[in-house]
Design a binder for this molecule. Structure first.
Ligand code: NDP
Ligand code: 8X3
Length: 252
């Protein structure tokens, strides 16, 4: 019998690539996001794969409850939840950041992810199997200038994922935090509020990760035998690595 995967944020980037990857492997898909036309177009493209689309804002916990309650019977047993919907806004130093943008990141990357997880987990525990894949980031592991709240939300996602492992001990439910580095999706266009030049600049002269790269990783994790749990997977483009810590020196 084919398995069911719920992918949040499937209207672009990683989520869209995952939808294609899992549909090609015969999975049933539940795909969500705010842009309904994109979800519908993707569902048509993926036919004859069985696809259920749901348009809602992940920040709205009531909408999540309604979405779960309205799932058609054939999509109710969710084998894999991918908490992918998320965003970064801005790259300013903390003292100049827009508080509304900070709150949007917290509401989406933390509160939305938590509410979705809470809604899906009881069914997985009841069935004695399931996998929650969270999209963290290298920004949750390593500080960088302008990472402030975005990195903070991803650090939350990392620790939440590990704590879920502790709570789900013995239930058969697996949890994995995927922690990608630079990947060219709509991520930077969103971060720079539609400024395409600024977004393109981020990836100029280097080869970033793609949505397909991350979809392959998630697919590998989902296909692993049920006794294997990947706790955390950090993935970077080869062209990205680490630098020296900057030192501010007194002037003579
Ligand atoms: P994209 O901007 O391409 O995709 C983000 C997805 O999230 C979209 O489908 C968007 O759908 C959805 N989304 C955002 N806000 C909401 C909301 N309020 N309600 C519902 N859906 C929402 O970016 P990526 O594919 O790159 O990002 C996916 C995840 O991966 C994010 O969590 C991001 O932080 C993380 N990540 C990205 C990296 C990168 O460099 N690209 C690296 C590390 C992690 P819609 O707008 O239709 O609602
Ligand atoms: C996205 C990767 O390095 O832009 O999470 O923060 S980074």
């Amino acid at each position: 019998m084919s398995q069911t995967i719920l992918i949040t944020g499937a209207t672009s980037g990683f989520g869209e690539a995952m939808a294609r990857r899992f549909a090609a492997d015969g999975w049933k898909l539940i795909i969500t996001g705010r842009r309904s036309q994109r979800l519908e177009a993707l569902a048509i493209e993926l036919a004859p794969a069985l696809v259920h689309t749901a348009t809602f804002d992940i920040r709205d916990s009531r909408a999540i409850r309604d979405f779960m309650a309205a799932l058609p019977a054939e999509f109710q047993a969710i084998n894999v939840l991918v908490n992918n919907a998320g965003l970064a806004l801005g790259l300013e130093p903390a003292q100049r950041c827009d508080l509304d943008q900070w709150e949007t990141m917290i509401d989406t990357n933390i509160k939305g992810l938590v509410a979705m997880t809470r809604a899906v987990l009881p069914g997985m525990v009841e069935r004695g199997s399931g996998l929650v894949v969270n999209l963290g980031s290298i920004a949750g592991n390593w500080p960088y200038p302008g990472g402030n709240v975005y990195g903070g939300t991803k650090a939350f996602v990392k620790q939440f994922s590990l704590n879920l492992r502790a709570d789900l001990h013995g239930t058969g439910v697996r949890v994995t935090n995927i922690e990608p580095g630079m990947a060219e999706t709509e991520f930077s266009v969103v971060r720079f509020e539609g400024n395409r030049d600024k977004a393109d600049n981020v990836y100029s002269g280097m080869q970033p990760l793609t949505g397909e790269d991350i979809a392959d990783v998630v697919h590998y994790v989902a296909k692993a035998p049920s006794h294997v749990n990947f706790n955390r997977i950090e993935v970077m483009p080869t062209a990205q690595s680490f630098g020296l810590f900057p030192v501010h020196r007194e002037q003579n």
